[in-house]
Design a protein around this ligand. Structure first.
Ligand SMILES: NC(=O)C1=CN([C@@H]2O[C@H](COP(=O)(O)OP(=O)(O)OC[C@H]3O[C@@H](n4cnc5c(N)ncnc54)[C@H](OP(=O)(O)O)[C@@H]3O)[C@@H](O)[C@H]2O)C=CC1
Ligand SMILES: O=C1O[C@H](COP(=O)(O)O)[C@@H](O)[C@H](O)[C@H]1O
Length: 480
């Protein structure tokens, strides 16, 4: 961990969608709480021709649109911290003026690249040449880090040319989500789960990220990516790694990432038969008619907007426990959840009385609500004149009431603050990214070899029927 708190933040891609919707609102919210320090200066840069005032107006509009009304108190103070320098990252001559605009930070500079990764190499080169890559500078990188292992290595090599690993912060915004971090508290701050957290007691794990949105405005990007690269390679594999990892020695960047990478390296090569891909067609979500992917795109495409995978982790803890991953666009509802399905009791003492036990299940909901629910068997109250009754009842482990008070934050608030303060625990290390890509590349190679193209599914459904069959073949029902 590099020990300085940055007093300058340089934001590339400052006029982009991510900046408007997430980064500027997060920074403003942090500043309003005094968390960025009283001397922080934020310099935005992109090609658009604007001066400081133009950028402040741009930011004001974004904040008024994307910050909840009860968090807008600090806008005026925040806008005063902003300045702007136009720059084309492909033009090396533009970087000197940028360096002059940034000036000399008293403590340190954090840089955040919220641009297409195709610009990273030129940007790093410009930063180096203009003296903006010194020892008191750290750099944050937005995803996607490449489209496969080879291209991710090229990006990482380019960044490493100017920055050592301990000053590189690769973003996976899922790691900034509160419930994702709470997963670690659940597993490692409680005694009761860890002894059961293994193949002897867990039947399978499901990880679902379903979205109701379609292509949105990201047509060019998404059609070259698809669900496997867009969601599984990063967010879903990070969730899987956090569920499956061994207890780290301590909650710090090295120990947590050491354990995650071991899981990622233990992922078994997936058989094509254990995957299902889909592409949405016109349908309806929440009573609203929506067009198909091909209609939105304006052409035919073989890009998958849905993927389901039965994965295995080849290590002692997880031998024989399938991890079912499923993500898709235009699904019936927006949900991100992890379901840990325990095995049934080894022997039921209630069978003679006609009552059946249902295996316990832990559901960790990340979105739209953050909640953790454990289903436990309980006796149905009564004198049992009509037979003995057992029922599975949900026990809410984290209720909103338990933590009434703290604001629900944008994931980027946490990550931007950690970048500024220099804590890498919630950022992805190079070896993790590479292990993720290695596994993903093998899946894609299998699809190509067997010429697997996506099956269609109606928008508003849970994907192609083959995805349901993938689970049912193994006696599993997707949690909905
Ligand atoms: N939007 C989202 O929800 C998410 C985005 N991402 C990733 O974040 C990155 C940014 O995404 P997003 O904001 O949506 O993209 P946008 O296309 O909306 O924004 C791109 C930004 O880069 C700037 N830019 C483009 N070309 C150049 C150049 N040659 N030199 C300098 N600046 C340039 C653009 O400004 P200008 O045109 O003025 O130069 C703009 O500020 C991408 O890698 C994306 O995949 C990741 C997760 C979610
Ligand atoms: O990284 C991405 O994530 C979003 C989903 O993020 P969430 O926080 O809303 O769950 C996804 O829509 C997008 O395609 C992908 O690039």
């Amino acid at each position: 961990m590099t020990q300085f708190t940055s007093d300058r933040l340089l934001l590339f891609g400052a006029t982009g969608d991510l900046s408007r919707r997430m980064l500027l609102p997060s920074l403003c919210a942090l500043d309003a709480e005094g968390l960025l320090g009283s001397h922080i200066e934020i310099i935005g840069t992109a090609r658009s021709d604007m001066d400081d005032l133009g950028f402040r107006n741009f930011a004001r509009e974004a904040l008024e649109q994307f910050l909840p009304a009860n968090r807008r108190g600090g806008i005026a103070q925040f806008l005063n911290r902003l300045s702007y320098q136009p720059l084309d990252a492909n033009d090396i001559d533009h970087f000197q003026a940028l360096a002059e605009k940034v000036g000399t930070p008293e403590k340190g500079l954090s840089i955040f690249l919220s641009t297409a990764p195709s610009l990273f190499e030129a940007t790093i080169h410009g930063l180096e040449k203009s003296g903006l890559a010194g020892p008191n500078v750290r750099i944050g990188l937005e995803k996607p880090l490449g489209i496969d292992l080879a291209s991710s290595k090229v990006i990482n090599d380019a960044v490493h040319h100017a920055f050592p690993e301990d000053r590189i912060y690769r973003i996976d915004h899922y790691l900034g989500k509160e419930t994702v971090q709470n997963l670690l508290a659940l597993r490692f701050a409680n005694l009761m789960f860890e002894p059961l957290w293994n193949a002897a007691h867990i039947d399978h794990v499901q990880i679902t990220v379903s979205e109701t949105v379609g292509l949105e405005s990201r047509v060019g990007y998404y059609d070259d990516s698809g669900a496997l690269r867009d969601m599984v390679q990063n967010h879903m594999l990070q969730l899987l790694a956090l569920v499956a990892m061994e207890p780290p020695v301590s909650y710090d960047a090295t120990n947590v990432r050491d354990e995650k990478v071991k899981v990622l390296r233990s992922l078994r090569k997936v058989n094509v038969e254990d995957t299902v891909t889909g592409q949405y067609r016109a349908g309806a979500i929440g009573g609203q008619a929506v067009p198909g992917y091909d209609d939105e795109l304006g052409k035919d495409s073989d890009t998958e907007t849905f993927v389901a995978i039965k994965a295995h982790i080849d290590n002692w803890r997880w031998q024989g426990v399938p991890f079912y991953l499923r993500t898709g666009k235009r699904m019936p509802k927006r949900t991100t959840e992890i379901v840990v399905q325990f095995r049934d009791v080894p022997h039921s003492i209630f069978t003679g009385r006609g009552a059946k036990t249902v295996p316990n299940r832990l559901v960790i909901g990340l979105q739209p609500e953050e909640n953790i629910t454990l289903s436990l068997m309980a006796k149905v109250p009564g004198l049992d004149r009509n037979g003995y009754g057992l029922r599975s009842v949900p026990l809410a482990i984290t209720t909103p009431d338990a933590f009434a008070g703290p604001q629900r934050r944008i994931a980027y608030e946490r990550l931007l603050l950690d970048l500024i303060e220099g804590d890498q625990t919630l950022f992805v290390r190079r070896d993790e990214v590479e292990a993720q890509w290695e596994w993903i590349d093998a899946i894609r190679a299998g699809w190509e070899e067997q010429q697997q193209t996506p099956k269609t599914y109606t928008s508003g459904s849970w994907g192609p029927s083959a995805a349901i069959a993938l689970a049912e073949r193994n006696g599993v029902t997707w949690h909905e």
